[in-house]
Design a protein. Structure first.
Length: 179
C-alpha cells in the first residue's frame, strides 16, 4: 500500500481541434444524464447534465479519423435551455407539449446535421472547439455514417478508453430528421 500524500493537477490531454466553420456531422453518442453541483456564481444547487457527441466531415490529418466535437448541456427542455434550442433548430420545428414531457436523446444517435463550430479561448489559455449552432443537413446532401471504430461511452468497459465504434445509420438520402 502506498503512503502517497502528494497531489497534483492532472496533465491535460491535447486533442486536435476541429476546424471552425459549418460542417456536416453525424451524432454518435448521447451520454446518460448525471447530476452535478452548479457553481455558486451561477446560483448553486444541483443540476442535471448530459453531453452530445458528433463526428464531422473533416478528418484529423495525424490520426486520419473524423474530428469529434461535443457539447455539454443542462438536461432540460425549458424554452431557454440550450439543449432545447439546439434540438429544435436541428429538427427544423418546435417540440410539441407531449414531446416536452420526455424526449429520449437516443433518438438523435445516427442523425445528421450541420454544426457551426467556433474556437474559444478558455481561462486556462487552451483553445476549444465549440458547437455554436445546429441546423438540418441540406436537401440532397448524402448522409454521413458514424465511423466504424467508434464505441459509445455507455458500451466501453473503461469509460476513459478512446472512443472507437459507431452505431449504424440509414443509408438513404431522406431529408427528414429522424426525431
Amino acid at each position: 500500500m502506498s503512503n502517497r500524500t502528494t497531489v497534483r493537477e492532472p496533465e491535460g490531454k491535447d486533442f486536435p481541434q476541429a476546424p471552425e466553420g459549418l460542417h456536416q456531422a453525424v451524432c454518435v453518442d448521447a451520454w446518460d444524464v448525471w447530476t452535478e453541483q452548479r457553481p455558486e456564481e451561477f446560483g448553486g444547487g444541483l443540476v442535471d447534465k448530459t453531453r452530445l457527441v458528433w463526428e464531422i466531415d473533416k478528418t484529423d490529418k495525424e490520426n486520419r479519423r473524423p474530428y469529434q466535437v461535443s457539447h455539454l448541456y443542462t438536461a432540460s427542455l425549458h424554452e431557454k435551455a440550450k439543449l432545447r434550442q439546439h434540438l429544435e433548430s436541428w429538427r427544423g420545428r418546435r417540440f410539441t407539449d407531449e414531446e416536452r414531457q420526455g424526449f429520449d436523446l437516443e433518438n438523435v444517435i445516427g442523425a445528421n446535421c450541420q454544426l457551426q463550430i467556433v474556437h474559444r479561448l478558455s481561462r486556462n489559455g487552451k483553445t476549444y472547439s465549440n458547437v455554436q449552432a445546429i441546423v438540418p443537413i441540406g436537401k440532397g446532401m448524402t448522409k454521413m455514417r458514424p465511423s466504424s471504430d467508434f464505441i459509445r461511452r455507455k458500451d466501453r468497459k473503461d469509460r476513459n478508453e478512446p472512443e472507437v465504434e459507431a452505431p449504424s445509420s440509414d443509408d438513404h438520402d431522406d431529408d427528414t430528421v429522424p426525431f
